[in-house]
Design a protein around this ligand. Structure first.
Ligand SMILES: [Zn+2]
Length: 90
């Protein structure tokens, strides 16, 4: 009888241990997706991947573009005004 109780308790603990993990990853994907997955972005100037919050932001053409450094931002902006500068392909 007591053994059954222990098994029940054990099952309950296991359930409680695993359940929050599963639901947590669910909610994390919901709320933290923009933060965690889109956090790593590519510098359009030099092609380096870096964390968005470490990047240098520039507003280009009405949208935010992030660069790994101010140098990259500056040269990208310089290239924007230059018809022979790097332009995004298709
Ligand atoms: Zn860069």
């Amino acid at each position: 009888m007591i053994r059954l109780l222990i098994y029940a308790l054990l099952g309950y603990l296991l359930y409680r241990y695993f359940k929050p993990k599963l639901s947590k990853t669910d909610s994390e994907q919901d709320s933290g997706r923009a933060d965690q997955q889109a956090d790593l972005i590519k510098d359009p100037q030099c092609g380096t991947y870096f964390l968005k919050r470490h990047g240098v932001r520039a507003r280009i053409g009405g949208k935010d573009v992030y660069f790994c450094s101010r140098q990259c931002r500056d040269s990208y902006l310089a290239g924007q005004g230059n018809p022979h500068g790097k332009s995004r392909g298709t």
